[in-house]
Write a protein that binds this ligand. Structure first.
Ligand SMILES: Cc1cc2nc3c(=O)[nH]c(=O)nc-3n(C[C@H](O)[C@H](O)[C@H](O)COP(=O)(O)OP(=O)(O)OC[C@H]3O[C@@H](n4cnc5c(N)ncnc54)[C@H](O)[C@@H]3O)c2cc1C
Length: 390
């Protein structure tokens, strides 16, 4: 980020993160990428270093670091280390599932679950998307049926679920009003459940999906066949699933925007280094006027992205970031980062296309940012509709 954005206390935190990445991530990352799975040990190490659930308050064993700038430092350091799969895995846990629990969990639920999120004994997935329902969550067909003892039986299928293999359970969006699943549900047809994998034979993880990039982060389908869900695992009350999903969207979308900005910043730094050392026609690539012009454009774009992100983070920290604001940030930053990475890759020539090069990995990672957590088309719909509202 630009000078002055972070304060000394953030930079001290960065040192902790940097050491964690150098010690626990970099030596193993290539192996995780090849295996399409990270060792659980990295979660445990993150927990030991206090890097999970930064915003969880001290009463629940956390540090209460609600200032989102701390969270951004993790993304920046992981982007610099070319370990973006871990950044995505942490986002799902910290920026999608945890906010639902922190904001809508009962006192008992928070007492039970927050310490487990912090000490990595529960690694979380968010399971909203289904084969037939992504952008339109009212099309979700997974259903939960209440039993006489108040517990639920969950049946259905989810897809594209991050941490599905490595994780311990998922925040699942399911239909609870008994409506015909072949039709779109109503605003109150859905509920959210925190569903545990352990000792739950009805909770099955499908084979992994082969992604273009971010391979160290495992992604798979989930199959629920009368999976058991205790009554106390319903989050926020029956019929409030979509409402809560909407409430946690600002943080989820901010996280994607912050991740995209971190990737763009790291890639521009790597590109500047590369064009300085690569020669063509007896001179460094950096000496071509075209290279300087491209870098100039990239630098301005990066600054615009970072200023926009800073304003969005400020609004979030003040409790004022709504879905429209977060959608604007994700749309602008996600799309800019995507085009910036295209230029960075081009400036690397053929090496930019080789997966061993960080810029190629970053290019593939950033491609997800305009899809996951709301496609750019859906974001434009949200923003445009809001603009036209009376
Ligand atoms: C690598 C990866 C990881 C993911 N991780 C998770 C996860 O952990 N948990 C989870 O729940 N989901 C996850 N997702 C799912 C992701 O959020 C969805 O893919 C995304 O929301 C889009 O849904 P869809 O794929 O069904 O696309 P669709 O909704 O089928 O969209 C197809 C196309 O139609 C366009 N479109 C749809 N509706 C409109 C409209 N109203 N107006 C204009 N255009 C429209 C879309 O923009 C898109 O271009 C992940 C996806 C990927 C690829």
């Amino acid at each position: 980020m630009f000078p002055g954005f972070y304060e000394e206390i953030h930079e001290e935190f960065r040192e902790v993160v940097r050491e964690f990445v150098a010690r626990e991530v970099t030596p193993h990352y290539k192996q995780w990428d090849a295996a399409h799975l990270m060792d659980r040990a990295v979660w445990e190490a993150a927990a030991e270093n206090g890097l999970l659930g930064l915003a969880v308050d001290e009463d629940h064993g956390g540090m209460g670091l609600t200032d989102y700038r701390f969270r951004m430092i993790l993304d920046e350091e992981l982007a610099r280390a070319d370990a973006l799969g871990l950044a995505l895995a942490l986002h799902l846990h910290d920026d999608w599932v945890l906010p639902a629990l922190r904001r809508f969990g009962t006192a008992e639920q928070q007492q039970t679950w927050l310490p487990r999120f912090l000490d990595s004994s529960f690694i979380a997935s968010v399971a909203f998307t289904e084969p037939g329902a992504g952008s339109d969550l009212r099309g979700v067909r997974t259903k939960a049926v209440r039993q006489d003892d108040g517990s639920w039986l969950l049946t259905g299928q989810k897809t594209f679920i991050g941490n599905a293999v490595s994780g311990d359970g998922a925040l699942v969006l399911a239909r609870t009003d008994g409506s015909d699943v072949k039709r779109r549900g109503g605003a109150e047809s859905f509920s959210l459940f925190l569903v545990e994998k352990e000792d739950n034979p009805g909770y099955q993880v499908g084979s992994q999906l082969e992604k273009m990039g971010l391979k160290a982060s495992d992604t798979a389908e989930l199959f629920f066949s009368e999976a058991r869900v205790p009554a106390e695992n319903l989050i926020g009350g029956e019929g409030r699933g979509l409402e809560i999903a909407k409430e946690i969207l600002p943080q989820g979308r901010l996280a994607v925007a912050a991740g995209a900005a971190a990737v763009a910043e790291a890639a521009l730094g790597q590109t500047v280094d590369y064009v300085r050392q690569r020669t063509a026609f007896d001179q460094p690539v950096a000496e071509f006027q075209n290279t300087r012009f491209q870098l100039a454009e990239l630098q301005i774009e990066l600054e615009a992205v970072q200023r926009y992100l800073a304003a969005t983070v400020e609004a979030f920290d003040a409790g004022q970031l709504d879905v429209v604001g977060a959608s604007k940030a994700k749309l602008f930053i996600g799309e800019r980062a995507k085009s910036m990475l295209d230029t960075c890759l081009q400036l690397h020539g053929g090496y930019g296309y080789i997966l061993e090069y960080p810029v190629a990995q970053a290019y593939l990672a950033v491609r997800l940012m305009t899809i996951f957590g709301g496609t750019s088309e859906i974001l434009r719909e949200t923003i445009g509709t809001d603009l036209l509202r009376d």
